[in-house]
Design a protein around this ligand. Sequence first.
Ligand code: MN
Length: 243
Amino acid sequence: MARLSDYRAKRDFDKTAEPRGTIPRLGAKAARFVIQRHDATRLHYDLRLELNGVYKSWAVTKTPSLDPSVRRLAVEVEDHPLEYGTFEGTIPEGEYGGGTVQLWDRGLWLPQGGDAVRALEKGHLKFVMNGERMKGGWVLVRMHDEPKKPGRRVRHNWLLIKEHDDYASSKNGDALAKEVTSVKTGRTLDEIAARKRAAKRKTAALKSAGSKKKRARRSPASSRRNSAASSKSRRKAKAGSMK
Ligand code: MN
């Protein structure tokens, strides 16, 4: 059993900025999970379960339902690096996954009834989540693969289903759809996207300020000095656009 009493006894957390630390409720074998709400071509929820150094990932096409009779399509996607788990921001339009990503939930998960790798191979993973929004038992069940289309990779489709427990609710199955803020920053998708737009506006403003200055400087006596200054301001504007 993990214990932090020795660690804590040595430190006065009123005086040090070190973390006091918490022991995950699910125990030492629990791993991390995140769900990123992703406003791409279609709004979806990217479920990522930490397993053997990567995030196993599924794109869930609708808000997970608390109603055990409701099954949500979860399309298996490529493994993601663990560093992805803190990502929130905007992927440029035209790039893979272009759109706004919001950290919608995070916490710990634990497979139930055996080894997770084997369960995923068999296409049936029962697990418990202890997140800020996703709690209790869930199951991922793989569906039969659709016939492979020429030149296209087979996409494995799964279903994400709530298990019957204290967190399940058939009356209020859509409750999680009301959760529209980031668990990391409290921002809505619009607010995350607006920050991106604000950064773009700032760059445009810098650029136009630079060109106005250039037009203003026309006195021959100071032209050499000005051209040095204006190339400096151009460099500044360029640096701004790379943020
Ligand atoms: Mn996605």
